[in-house]
Design a protein around this ligand. Structure first.
Ligand SMILES: [Cu+2]
Length: 241
């Protein structure tokens, strides 16, 4: 073999070794990129919030007519759902916007406010004139005393137990209102013609209950089964106390 031929062979060997190394490196790069992409995908899959079947997609409701003596306005009546015994407890909505009660012209507005357990209520002194109010309650559901404060100021109370909370003002004896704290967000006011409708109820077994501001009638407790896409018809007749 001539010296030139040997050199050529050596050169070819080196070249092929170099090419092999390059190929190796390329494969490693491809592998590294692929594994990075894969791990990103996997972590994205786990990090993404899992879509829970939400109440708003159940398209189920509970509705009906409340019959009582016609002269009685039923607008200060609340119908609400409680989970049936043994049913999974309902987690309070993670974020609930705070509700608001006005004190303008020495009146609580709305006079009856329905909130869900855990929800906060802002009591705002929105008087145009320099009038101070002192909102308080002695109800077992929530005892509080916000003290005196003037126009432009507001104080917030979080209602952490279900039940009625009667509102008063220590300055104006005629000011009265009520916050009804429902154990679940599934509530409806009864209209003056007796109709009510609780919408977007998760399917399952529930107990329907009534609450009246003026206790003129016996309260009702009725079991109800809610099915996806259906309206459970729950009419009721109230009896005098
Ligand atoms: Cu007042």
């Amino acid at each position: 073999m001539t010296r030139g031929a040997v050199n050529l062979l050596l050169l070819r060997e080196r070249a092929s070794a170099f090419l092999f190394k390059m190929e190796n490196l390329r494969m490693r790069c491809v592998c590294a990129i692929a594994s990075a992409v894969l791990s990103l995908c996997v972590s994205a899959a786990f990090a993404a919030p899992t879509t829970q079947p939400s109440a708003s997609t159940s398209n189920a409701s509970v509705a009906g007519i409340v019959k009582a003596e016609s002269e009685v306005p039923l607008s200060e009546m609340v119908i609400y759902l409680e989970p049936a015994e043994g049913a999974a407890p309902i987690a309070a909505p993670a974020t609930q916007p705070s509700a608001r009660v006005s004190q303008k012209e020495a009146q609580f507005a709305p006079r009856l406010l329905v909130v869900t357990v855990g929800q906060a209520v802002e009591f705002v002194n929105d008087e145009d004139r320099p009038i101070e109010h002192n909102v308080f309650s002695n109800s077992p559901t929530k005892k509080f005393d916000l003290g005196l404060y003037g126009p432009g100021q507001s104080k917030t109370v979080t209602f952490d137990k279900p039940g009625p909370v009667f509102l008063y003002c220590s300055i104006h004896r005629y000011m009265d209102g009520v916050v009804f704290v429902s154990p679940t967000p599934y509530t409806s006011r009864v209209s003056e013609d007796g109709k009510y409708k609780i919408e977007n109820v998760p399917p399952g077994k529930w107990v329907l209950k009534t609450w009246q501001r003026r206790k003129r009638f016996m309260e009702k407790t009725m079991p109800v089964t809610v099915e996806t896409g259906k309206t459970a018809a729950m009419d009721m007749e109230l009896t005098k106390r």
